[in-house]
Design a protein. Structure first.
Length: 221
């Protein structure tokens, strides 16, 4: 696997690189200290498996840079590593299609767990931040403009359990464990949910799950 680490502080890049080197399957780590360097690396290495990017570095301009990365390299999974340790940033990052969000305040063990999930093709978001009350996720373009109650009603009880646990921040592996299923079965359920709710990609499923977890329980979507 090939991973880009994008942060303008070399100490942070070196620390993250040391953690990633302990992960199985990673055979190449590339470094970028600015937004332009990230774009250049992505153009030189279209086979990158994961980008770990800070929201604050030269040229990145917070979420504007993230949106541009998603436009230029929509096939490359992106995870955010940020000093922002609040739910608003997590939900906005999700709405921009990231597969993970790791606060820099996280413990070493939490960061290692996050990397393990991301490199295994799963997602990682801090459960403690997603479950904080009082904020509503922003809309995402890949969601249907007007989700219908009929579409939601078409979900099976098991599919509703899966989407509920995903919205609470659980990984595919954890969902499988909670529901006594295997990982493949959980992914099949997520695929069925995507089809029924007309969600186009994994980031849209995550956003839908988080939005649903925070919606009023009044029987409608």
């Amino acid at each position: 696997m090939k991973v880009i680490i994008a942060d303008d502080h070399w100490i942070v890049r070196e620390s993250l690189k040391q953690v990633i080197r302990r992960m199985n399957g990673v055979n190449s780590t590339l470094e970028a200290g600015s937004f332009d360097e990230v774009l250049e690396l992505l153009r030189e290495h279209p086979d990158v498996d994961l980008v770990l990017a800070d929201l604050i570095m030269p040229g990145f301009n917070d979420f504007d840079g993230l949106e541009q990365l998603r436009r230029e390299s929509p096939q490359v999974p992106i995870a955010i590593i940020s000093v922002h340790d609040d739910r608003a940033h997590v939900l906005r990052a999700i709405s921009n299609g990231v597969i993970g969000y790791i606060p820099k305040s996280a413990s070493g063990q939490e960061i290692e767990t996050a990397f393990e999930r991301l490199l295994a093709g799963e997602v990682y978001f801090p459960r403690r931040l997603i479950e904080m009350p009082g904020l509503v996720a922003e809309p995402i373009q890949t969601l249907p403009p007007e989700p219908t109650a009929e579409a939601f009603a078409s979900l099976t009880p098991r599919e509703r359990e899966v989407i509920d646990l995903l919205g609470k921040g659980l990984s595919v592996h954890r969902i499988a464990s909670e529901l006594t299923l295997n990982n493949h079965t959980v992914r099949v359920h997520l695929g069925n949910i995507m089809r029924k709710m007309r969600l186009l990609d994994r980031s849209a499923v995550i956003h839908f799950a988080v939005s649903l977890a925070n919606a009023p329980r009044n029987g409608s979507v």
